[in-house]
Design a protein around this ligand. Sequence first.
Ligand SMILES: *Cc1c(COP(=O)(O)O)cnc(C)c1O
Length: 234
Amino acid sequence: MSSIADNIGSVTRRIQKATLDAGRAPDSVGLLAVSKTRSPADLRQAITAGQRAFGENYLQEALDKIEALREIPDIEWHFIGPIQSNKTRQIANSFAWVHSVDRLKIARRLSEQRDRSLPPLNICLQVNVDRETSKSGCDLDELPALTKAIAELPGLSLRGLMAIPDPAQSADELRLSFRKLATALNDLKTRYPDAGPLDSLSMGMSGDLELAIAEGATWVRIGTALFGSRPAKS
Ligand SMILES: *Cc1c(COP(=O)(O)O)cnc(C)c1O
């Protein structure tokens, strides 16, 4: 079995090759290590191998790990899971990024509750790009109104868009989903140039990071390719 450090090396090489093949700047794609269900010891191995950005889906589990790894400087925590409105205060103040904002009510609460001594919270709007009824995320046609409203929120920095395309799709279909998200970000940048940096696309996972990078991903979210397969959730 390969170690977490080996896996970080091989995923980093895949990212570098895909970035080069796409003619993009070498440092334009970040590796977000998706560490849900992994122990602090697993995260320490990744940290020793140089990893600093971690994505978590479940708030309590994330808070426990943030506490366990508190003494390590420069770790950047990203929240990527569904957000309940009664959990926004802790999410607003424990993370540097939230990728899974999909409605204005949540954005308003995160902005209001973000401690003013912290820099604005980086957020991505999660888009249900394949219109799967079971998935969270807003529809593409809700993006203009959301962007306009979020631009007014002082506690947030609107960085871009996130999607989890239907993994059952073919490579061509996946590519189209990634392209839709990239096009939507470009449209927002043109229409609302002052709404925020709008410089980020959080898309691509273990199996499809090359396609996502070819279409402009700036964060790829990788779990199993780094840490191995997760035990089935009971
Ligand atoms: C779990 C998860 C990932 C990582 O998936 P893997 O298949 O483990 O690489 C990426 N994004 C989100 C939103 C996730 O919940």
